[in-house]
Design a protein around this ligand. Structure first.
Ligand SMILES: [Zn+2]
Ligand SMILES: [Zn+2]
Length: 137
């Protein structure tokens, strides 16, 4: 279910500004930065400010509808796919991030002696490499 649809179902008040931000985040998971979200939102609402974008992004993160991706690439990015568990493949050349769904459940690969008594383990695996267009240049 896409972000905008989930927000509708939750009854989140969709002002014009919130709507264009949510719409910019819906669709294919491009893991945009706040600046990219601003750029897309401005196509529909030229007067929208970066502060509004940040406030809305932070609110969506607090609601659990958006995931902050820190430490992947050079800039903080946002991931609207909080629904299907996935890992990330990042290009070291251009910072492009793709969703990947490896067959292994990595949380079960940690031996019990390394789990330190923790329960409900979740693994967040980051694969790095060079994408086809960066490999050519
Ligand atoms: Zn690349
Ligand atoms: Zn993702």
């Amino acid at each position: 279910v896409e972000l905008i649809e989930r927000l509708r179902q939750r009854g989140w008040r969709l002002t014009a500004q919130r709507r264009v931000i949510a719409e910019a985040l819906s669709g294919p998971s491009l893991h945009p930065t706040a600046d990219e979200v601003l750029g897309w939102a401005r196509l529909a609402l030229p007067e929208i400010s970066l502060a509004t974008v940040y406030n809305t992004l932070n609110e969506l993160v607090e609601m659990g509808e958006l995931r902050e991706l820190d430490g992947i690439g050079r800039l903080r990015r946002y991931d609207p796919n909080t629904v299907s568990a996935h890992h990330h493949l990042v290009c070291t050349g251009c910072d492009r991030i793709l969703d990947v769904f490896p067959p292994a459940d990595f949380s079960s690969t940690l031996p019990e002696s390394e789990q330190h008594g923790f329960s409900d383990l979740q693994a967040d695996v980051l694969f790095r490499g060079r994408c086809p267009s960066c490999r050519e240049s």
